[in-house]
Design a protein around this ligand. Sequence first.
Ligand code: PGA
Length: 248
Amino acid sequence: MARKSLVAANWKLNGSHSLCEQFARDLGVFDATDVWLFPTALHLSLMVDLFKQRQNVVGAQNVAIQQSGAYTGEVAANMVAELGGKAALVGHSERRSLFGESDEIVASKFKIIQTAGLIPVLCVGESLEKRDKGMAYEAVQQQLQAVEASWDQPDLRHHVIAYEPVWAIGTGRAASSEQVQEMHMFIRDHVNQNSNNLESEIRILYGGSVNVENAAELIQQQDVDGFLVGGASLNTDSFNGICEIVNS
Ligand code: PGA
């Protein structure tokens, strides 16, 4: 089965009521590409509402490791689902490095996201240090292995993996198309070894300084099914531009 391409916007700690409305007004409609939106938790409900007549999935950038209780400031996966969110990012390198999320925490969150009926978008990627030491594949493999025990096989085909080398995020220095294709192939092979041939259905996105200039070359790679876009997703012109490139 051919994989449908997917472009996802990760707004991080950016956005406003008016940006949400601008996206609802100006985001294009793309027949051959899914377009998913990850605003802040505070804007999730508004975005679900604004996009309720459209096909776009709206999701959370993060969920709590707990289901409920005395955890001031947290947002639970089942609350995201109740509000109409359909997916959640997990394992983003900013969560790992700035908020101390270990592989174990990522695995627990992954499970909680699945249990809430949300689609997990698992982010993996090596640091520059690991890449320079020739340990990029090992690092990514370790991150994949950490969540494997939580993989729900029948649902695996709906899962999304985003390969985001840490050194390419927000730096303006995207990985080369060869580096990306090699790692995506490695990830797909790895999924294959741990699933019943679902690797051909799982979507693998690239993330890290994707923009309208580099999107065309990257999307031509066989195992690149789309993008997770940070900076360039905050502007409807550049985000529409990337979606158009992927859609064609
Ligand atoms: P960037 O971020 O496109 O700004 O590099 C990507 C991401 O962190 O998901």
